[in-house]
Ligand binder design. Structure first.
Ligand SMILES: [Zn+2]
Length: 292
């Protein structure tokens, strides 16, 4: 069974010395409208805590916390390289990872939708007065999740959420990443279950019942057919990376996150592609038939 996930980015404005009340500016994803504020992990009851270069892992079991601490650093490097992001600055403050012991506590703390398996939080705190060393922006990152049946499943969910954070960092201070692109990158990096997704997409392309890319690209909220949405998004991202390479892919992602219309972003980023979205869909379908 493949999990579904959720992610969001907040921009919180902070006054100079005193907090002047928090304002949420960016709502790339509709779920923000009812979330409103950043989860803090204040209610987390686990006592196991491991600190690594970029993370503070909190769990109920010290063995799990240690293992996650080790593997999550490795995955951070692997995902960055897969996306063509060479030198990632250390995360300060460190990204907090909360591994709850049950689903109810996870949901209460994260505010994630009922179907989510993990939750990545990327909050940009912007101060109106610059700090001593110039930029006063501070990015606070956190991942919320809960214990799984197997450790592999846990790492898969972590990898998915981690990919959201790394991708969010790579696209600038407060990107408006299209939903399909964000989930496509995260699913591509979760490791587990990709084969099932590829089979599903191939079946749907063959029968003509896939989500047309013109619709996929403009989807602002998770559609009813969530599994197909995740699978197709990952397939298109995979095709872009394999056909055009990660430099052109990141150029495309940056344009898309700035709100450039998708045809123009495709033409500007992918040097050998000059066609329409429908023609891009034809190219993707050929890729699915040959490579999935
Ligand atoms: Zn996700």
């Amino acid at each position: 069974m493949l999990p579904y996930f959720h992610f969001f980015i907040l921009l919180i404005s902070r006054g100079g010395k005193a907090m002047r009340g928090m304002m949420v500016f960016v709502s790339s994803f509709p779920v923000l409208l009812f979330l409103g504020t950043a989860a803090t992990g204040a209610e987390f009851g686990g006592k196991a805590r491991v600190e690594t270069d970029n993370f503070i892992v909190m769990a109920y079991d010290i063995g799990v916390a240690r293992k996650v601490g080790r593997d999550i650093e490795r995955r951070r490097g692997e995902i960055s390289r897969a996306l063509g992001i060479a030198d990632t600055d250390p995360w300060r403050p460190r990204c907090r990872v909360y591994i709850h012991d049950n689903w109810t506590a996870y949901r209460r703390e994260s505010g994630g939708p009922y179907w989510s398996e993990g939750y990545a939080q990327h909050v940009v705190q912007r101060s109106e007065t610059p700090g001593r060393n110039g930029s006063a922006d501070k990015v606070v990152r956190a991942v919320f999740m809960f214990e799984k049946d197997s450790y592999e499943e846990l790492v898969s969910v972590l990898s998915h959420e981690l990919a959201h954070l790394i991708f969010g960092d790579a696209l600038g201070p407060c990107p408006k990443i299209p939903l399909w692109l964000n989930e496509g990158v995260a699913v591509s990096n979760q490791g587990d279950g990709l084969e099932d997704y590829r089979k599903l997409v191939k079946r749907k392309v063959k029968s003509g019942s896939f989500i047309p890319l013109s619709i996929l690209f403009s989807e602002g909220k998770y559609p009813e057919e969530r599994k197909l949405f995740y699978a197709e998004s990952a397939s298109v991202v995979g095709m872009m990376l394999q056909t055009y390479g990660n430099v052109q892919f990141l150029t495309f992602a940056r344009l898309a996150a700035k709100g450039v219309p998708v045809r123009r972003a495709l033409n500007d980023a992918f040097s050998s592609f000059t066609g329409s979205v429908d023609e891009f869909e034809d190219e993707w379908k050929r890729y699915v038939i040959e490579r999935h």
